[in-house]
Design a protein around this ligand. Structure first.
Ligand code: GLY
Ligand code: MN
Ligand code: MN
Length: 435
């Protein structure tokens, strides 16, 4: 594991919080993610299952967590099933967790090998009434392959059709959206690494550089700090800055263009999500600066609005109202465009067509019920943008913000964002380069 050890108390507390939400006489099963195939015998690097990590701190493939808080045999109330280590596995794949290591990571006493799972599971199923199984219920998930959890649900319901089955995802969303102090510290660490990657990359930007060379600067910083990209980085120069999910990163940055960087580090499975927009030659044009300042004003106002009680849909509406004012001021919309607009597709959507922000945590677009009001412990991204393809550029600015009882805390407050700060950073780098 590349990250510093996390105290098992975090995962023990998470399990306790889950136990409190279960019906009496329940069983919970959480599976690791599959290793996904590519071509021939290739596999994608495994992405740990966020729910399994949240409850155990375990990242090893094929792991299964079983919780049965009311089981008669006390040892069966919390069990972790792991791959049984053997010399051949050791030779090909390297070290696998021992019982003691898994106990130390998760705080779970009862560690069993996977070949024991069917027998133990059957014993427990004969005792319990309610069974909570996991599924991906993210609002925007598009899933075309059958997940390990989905296979397990099918097998389980086929073999035990008369139990009362429940959706674990609902409970996990409710728990995970509120971050504990330890989780906030890990998100802060991901933000710090992201900041360092950004500073390193920003100092390199100049006309003639390829977008992928900027990507490489982030990769260097993230990898040396034990982190990885939280999502495929978006390094979008010129007109590419208007493509919301641009990930080709193969164009050359040219003088007079902006370059939009939407990049975050993932550290210990906790994510950061940053966007900055920079002038390639180190100075914004008058027009770029006008648009930039408009987006920055909206971002500042919407960060202030990250307070308990706010509803996501009202927050989005408020941002759209502010963007509309800015678009009028920028001459991109005329009052008559607004008078004549279809309310279901308002005119401002032409220039700001995405959501203002999303919860952030173990997933970049983290789980949580967006119909519920913001509450202390939520971490949200705030990412307004104005995209003007006809002028060949777009600006997005994205910070990560913690909702508290008092003022919102901007976790990226120390990452340069004022246009003067950005220009100063780039001109200092230019002076160093030319020395
Ligand atoms: N980087 C993805 C997002 O900003 O939501
Ligand atoms: Mn982003
Ligand atoms: Mn985001």
């Amino acid at each position: 594991m590349r990250h510093a050890p996390i105290k098992p108390a975090l995962f023990q507390r998470n399990r306790e919080r889950l136990r409190r939400l279960l019906l009496p006489n329940s069983l919970v099963v959480v599976n690791a993610n599959d290793l996904l195939p590519t071509n021939a015998d290739g596999l994608l690097p495994m992405v740990p299952n966020s729910d399994l990590f949240y409850l155990t701190g375990i990242e090893q493939e094929e792991t299964i967590l079983v919780m049965a808080p009311d089981a008669t045999d006390e040892r069966q109330r919390e069990i972790l099933f792991l791959r049984r280590p053997n010399p051949q596995l050791e030779t090909w794949e390297g070290h696998k967790l021992t019982r003691e290591e898994a106990q130390a990571l998760s705080g779970i006493e009862e560690i069993r090998w996977l070949d024991e799972f069917p027998t133990v599971f059957h014993q427990l199923m004969c005792e319990v009434e309610h069974v909570y199984l996991n599924s991906n219920e993210h609002r925007r998930a598009v899933i075309e392959v059958q997940t390990r959890d989905a296979r397990f649900i099918r097998q389980c319901q086929e073999r035990y059709p008369l139990h009362s089955y429940h959706r674990l995802a609902r409970l996990m969303h409710a728990l995970r959206v509120v971050k504990s102090r330890e989780e906030i510290d890990l998100i802060k660490k991901a933000c710090r690494i992201t900041r360092q990657g950004f500073l390193r990359a920003a100092r390199k930007i100049r006309p003639g550089l390829k977008e992928m060379e900027i990507e490489a600067e982030f990769a260097h910083e993230f990898t040396r700090q034990g982190a990885r990209f939280a999502y495929p980085p978006i390094i979008a120069a010129g007109r590419n800055s208007c493509v919301l999910h641009y990930i080709r990163n193969d164009a050359v940055c040219r003088k007079g263009e902006v370059v939009l960087l939407d990049v975050g580090a993932c550290y210990a499975n906790y994510n950061a999500d940053l966007t900055r927009t920079l002038p390639v030659n180190g100075r914004f044009t008058r027009r770029q600066r006008q648009v930039y300042e408009a987006v920055l004003r909206v971002q500042r106002a919407m960060i202030r609005a990250c307070v308990p009680g706010t509803l996501h849909k009202d927050w989005q509406k408020q941002a759209e109202a502010l963007i509309q004012e800015e678009l009028l001021r920028l001459g991109l919309l005329k009052p008559r465009d607004i008078r004549r607009q279809d309310p279901r597709n308002p005119a401002l959507k032409r220039y700001f067509m995405h959501g203002l922000g999303h919860p952030l945590g173990l997933d970049v677009h983290d789980v949580g019920f967006m119909s519920e009001p913001f509450a202390p412990g939520w971490v949200l991204t705030v990412e307004p943008g104005i995209y003007i393809p006809e002028e060949g550029f777009g600006v997005r600015l994205e910070n990560d913000v913690l909702v508290t009882e008092k003022e919102p805390v901007d976790l990226m407050a120390d990452i340069p964002i004022e246009p003067d700060e950005i220009e100063e950073l780039m001109s200092a780098a230019r002076r160093t380069r030319s020395r």
